[in-house]
Design a protein. Structure first.
Length: 107
């Protein structure tokens, strides 16, 4: 059963907002243990500091920073490869021009 409001799927996960458990009419009075208070849950909730709650955000921010740096390094490498390719092309063109000039002078 996946109906909201059941034990497996409560409407809310906050113990203070859930309906209190009512004693069963089939059990004799006093046979069950006393109601358990939710102070333990509240105390553990108070131990979660703001820093602990922000850890996932800090991890995501660090991961994104690392990814941005990696992308920047990759862009730099691509620019360097393109610059070297253009330099080789310019050197070849310069050699062709010198050769053409030398051939023109020799004739």
């Amino acid at each position: 059963m996946n109906t909201p409001g059941t034990i497996n799927r409560p409407l809310t996960h906050d113990p203070q907002k859930q309906a209190p458990m009512k004693p069963s009419t089939s059990e004799p009075a006093g046979s069950a243990a006393e109601d358990v208070t939710t102070t333990g849950a509240n105390d553990s909730r108070q131990n979660r500091t703001r820093e602990m709650q922000l850890i996932p955000e800090a991890l995501a921010r660090a991961h994104m920073h690392e990814r941005l740096q990696e992308a920047e390094r990759e862009r730099h490498a691509v620019r360097l490869v393109n610059a070297r390719r253009m330099q080789r092309r310019a050197e070849r063109a310069s050699r062709r021009a010198r050769r053409a000039l030398a051939m023109a002078v020799m004739q």
